[in-house]
Write a protein that binds this ligand. Structure first.
Ligand code: ARG
Length: 459
């Protein structure tokens, strides 16, 4: 049969395959709360401006609340023939309240309706990501506080570079996730204009009040150009871009946890809650959650690229292409939230192996830079010469199969005769980290200052 919404112009209904490719209700049903909030704001405004009667507005309001409770209770009769959430809700409203339901769509189109629904949904995701990121930062801060002065190797090229502190390493991630939070907040600010009332594309001849609906829905005001309002999906793209960068950060920490929990590193022990065993190798404790976080990130990047590709080259204003904005964004958001929750759990429950960290920190000639700095400071050598002398001493130690602190004073003096016994003071890893007191450096005193600063920032 012909469609009940626009059947006037049609003699026959759609082909079954047409319905399959056209319907979005399978996934856009999650927009029901936003759709109903948008409709409630619109109906109240239509009454306030005298476009519909107060009686009709009240009947619509009550009907919408009943529809919402049906959906929340899980007994709403979703229909693919009705295409999407907007038509499903309106058709159900008509079943329940009759004629006034037909007045709700005055001065509105599905084009501004879907734009407002989706914007509200993405805005909420920005808030949820922010809250989850704050939780992850807290978990990292707790780790940082517990091991503010625990030494571990710092790496470049994944080769031992200089000793750092565990607290300092944890705080590096706190910084990264803070930038993510500010990206979501920034995107949220820019997206917070209401497209409702743009109607199909050109605005409307009805005396609507777009400021009123914008305010009712928590927007800063109405979007200023009706063509842009219905054809813009930048808000979803900015969310996905922020989500992609956040996901990239998550995959970096996930990668470190995979490496650190290996038998070769033993820097951390993941709790049983976040590990899996092997069906054949009884000794195994696999960091599956970290690996899955590392992998899920691909879907988030994918959603970002997919929506950019959907939008590129679309003429103004709405094209049905834009219905493809939602499914990918939903998937990306679900996986981002899952990854954030899993990472927060793993970080909270993991135990750093202080001894293994320290042993590793002291290996690999990690204090060679401290030795070179000592030669500069104490003997007045130019840094380049000090670098050469130290390199020679590293080669000497490597030849003897020992580390720098194991060399004798004679060994040292065979390379540079002015070296004194107090050089050994700077070769210890604790002294090394304690000396790096420059602002933002790894010294425990600096780390504690930063922890205190973060505690104030993260309420
Ligand atoms: N389901 C559609 C979407 O998600 C709603 C807008 C439909 N508008 C239209 N002119 N066909 O984009």
């Amino acid at each position: 049969s012909a469609n009940t919404m626009w059947g006037g112009r049609f003699a026959a209904g759609p082909d079954a395959i047409m319905e399959a490719i056209n319907a979005s209700i399978r996934y856009d049903r999650r927009l029901a709360p936003q759709d109903i909030a948008g409709s409630r704001a619109h109906a109240a405004m239509l009454a306030a401006t005298g476009i519909i009667t107060d009686n009709d507005a009240e009947t619509i309001r009550e009907g919408l609340l009943t529809v919402l409770s049906e959906i929340e209770a899980g007994d709403f009769p979703f229909s693919a023939a009705l295409e999407d959430i907007h038509m499903n809700v309106e058709a159900r409203l008509k079943d329940m309240i009759g004629e006034p339901a037909g007045r709700l769509h005055t001065a509105r189109s599905r084009n501004d309706q879907v734009a407002v629904d989706f914007r509200l949904w993405v805005r909420d995701q920005c808030d949820q990501a922010d809250a989850a990121l704050a939780g992850l930062q807290k978990a990292l801060l707790e780790q940082a506080e517990a091991g503010a002065d625990w030494v571990m190797p710092g790496f470049t090229h994944l080769q031992t570079a200089q000793p750092v502190t565990w607290g300092h390493h944890m705080l590096a991630y706190v910084e990264m996730f803070a930038r993510d939070r500010s990206r979501f907040a920034d995107a949220r600010k820019r997206m917070n204009l209401s497209p409702l009332g743009a109607a199909a594309l050109a605005g409307t001849s009805f005396p609507i009040d777009r400021h009123m609906t914008a305010e009712a829905l928590g927007f800063d005001g109405p979007a200023h150009n009706s063509l842009d309002a219905v054809s813009d999906r930048d808000f979803a793209l900015e969310y996905l871009a922020a989500a992609s960068i956040c996901a990239m950060h998550l995959s970096r920490i996930a990668e470190e946890l995979v490496i650190w929990s290996s038998a070769q590193f033993r820097f951390v022990k993941m709790s049983d809650k976040w590990s899996t065993g092997s069906s054949i190798m009884p000794q195994k404790r696999n960091p599956d959650a970290a690996e899955l976080i590392r992998a899920k990130i691909g879907r988030i990047f994918g959603a970002n690229v997919a929506l950019m590709t959907v939008m590129k080259g679309l003429p103004l204003t709405y094209s049905k292409d834009m219905q493809e904005d939602k499914e990918q964004t939903f998937d990306a958001a679900d996986n981002l939230m899952l990854a954030l929750a899993a990472m927060t759990g793993m970080v909270s429950d993991m135990t750093a192996n202080r001894d293994a960290l320290k042993t590793a920190a002291a290996s690999g000639f990690s204090t060679a830079t401290d030795l070179a700095d000592w030669l500069v400071r104490e003997l007045g050598l130019p840094f380049r010469e000090a670098h050469h002398v130290t390199g020679t001493l590293v080669a000497l130690a490597e030849g003897k199969g020992c580390d720098l602190p194991d060399l004798t004073l004679d060994d040292m003096q065979s390379v540079h005769d002015a070296i004194r016994a107090d050089v050994f003071d700077v070769l210890g890893v604790e002294n090394s980290v304690a000396s790096r007191t420059s602002y933002g450096g790894t010294a425990p005193a600096q780390v504690r200052d930063q922890i205190a600063r973060w505690k104030e920032v993260i309420e």
